[in-house]
Design a protein around this ligand. Sequence first.
Ligand code: M6R
Length: 609
Amino acid sequence: MCGIVGYIGARQAQGVLVSGLAKLEYRGYDSAGVAILDHGSIQVRKKAGKLANLGAELAEHPLAGTLGIGHTRWATHGLPNDTNAHPHATEDGRIVIIHNGIIENYLSLKAELRARGHEFKSETDSEVLAHLIEEKYAQTGSDLYEAVRLSLGEVRGAYGIVVTHADHREIVAARTVSPLVMGVGEGEMFLASDVPALLPYTRRMVFLHDGDMVVLSDSGYRVTDLQGRAVTRQIDQIDWDAEAAEKGGFDTYMLKEIYEQPTALTNTLIGRLNDDSGEVNLDINLDPSSFKRISIIACGTAYLAGLVGEYLIEQLARIPVEVDVASEYRYRDPLVSEHTLAIVISQSGETIDTLEALREAKKGGAKTLGVINAKGSSMTRELDDTLYIHAGPEIGVASTKAYTSMVGAMLMLALWLARARGTLSEAQAKELLSAARELPRLVEEALSPQRVAQIKVVAEKYAHARDYLFLGRGVNAPTALEGALKLKEISYIHAEGYAAGEMKHGPIALIDENLPVVVVATQSRLLEKTISNVQEVRARAGKVILLLSDGDTENAQHADDVIYVPRSHEMVSPIVNVVALQLLSYFTATALGKDVDKPRNLAKSVTVE
Ligand code: M6R
């Protein structure tokens, strides 16, 4: 994900910007750049690749000046090259911007701006901001703050944006969805997308809220909302060390990543769903109507996201789907033809089993599409096309935000296929698209302090269980499997995940008064059947932990413990429901004193067979 640094003060900006960007490298990026104001002119240096490339450029052509902005870009729109790297400037070079996020309506804005004579250099969505601000700047009589504010009124999407103008010794910034933190120094001010960039300079920080704008000058700062009204934000004294800062103040990366899910999902979905028209824009160069079958191939948690994908694609697009564990697929001589679409799912894009399975599918003539998090990873170089999930770097070995973003991506793919194949009416599509767009808010709600505290109590109550059983049905059968996988990965408690209806064919033998059984029993057309399975557990004295939709007091009577989750459309519910299971695993593992970020025997990316 992109990184942002800004500085105004007495120091030479170049050093502050480059050192700040280096502290943000862990976020992942593929190009970097800086812009520095000196004697009424702004100079830009930017380079594709690692920061070292920018460093070499700056060593050869250094920039003097005490006001500047810097950026590491994680490409979304346009290739990771020098031109698409940020900062972006207007034609006359007087206004320079950096941007983190996605401007959803950039195509229509770009067309309008072009029609009014603006020339674009890059393929990015971000560049429209520079040109838009230039127009507003002229209209407002050279008021930079007002020009930025009015421009943001015309964009849809996510942004952390930082703007400078050659005629103003000030920096104007704003955020919606994408994070931005301000550092308050003595006679100097800083901005960054994350705390670690600022720690060497100040520990007094202001965490900007969604919809905040800020103007930094040599004499201080002022914060307003997007309507221009002054707002007060408290200054926090940050006493984290560098490692804690990278964890955003959370105890572990895993917990940080669980809490990042609303933002990760926003980034997965943004710009891709149009609930006004019912259309899905995935920018995939494959013909969705040319496939007769779909093979989904992945490992571990990504495989479980594939199982949700199977359900969604078959339900919505009515194409036969099979899902394979990659390590099996490549050795089972699979039936593949040019009418097969092979979808590989991977957070890292490096898992060797998945990579080899991808090669196997290609050998058979399949068209290949990746649902991938890591930009430029090995798989992306071999795939016909890639749908990036944009979840941001995932450091915790146990996958959390990548899983929910993968399922979000599978939902979009199912909708895209369904619309192209005419299996979903416009009205149905609109209903599902608006359910999908609700997801970040629902996941945020699933992470409310009261819910998290309640899950912690349940986790601690059963933390010393020897075994666990997880059950779910329909689109939430894979949710149960993911709950079991997460628990065993980080707590080392033996856990089984099963489709609830299958329990009576074997696992029922495990049930006694010592076995906690977690049942995903949220609102769905199979709820009554699921509750029958719950009765079978109770009849054998198993301890029932029910995941119920908010307000379902009737079924609460069947449970020893209830975890309520926000109500959501059945088709999107796996994303909302799994959050509670991630937290259940997390608090079980921490109650047992386990190292959740580095569970024994596991690697984040498995590159050996
Ligand atoms: O990077 P990938 O998504 O290809 O990784 C696949 C699995 O190794 C991964 O999901 C693994 O199961 C995680 N530890 C799950 O938490």
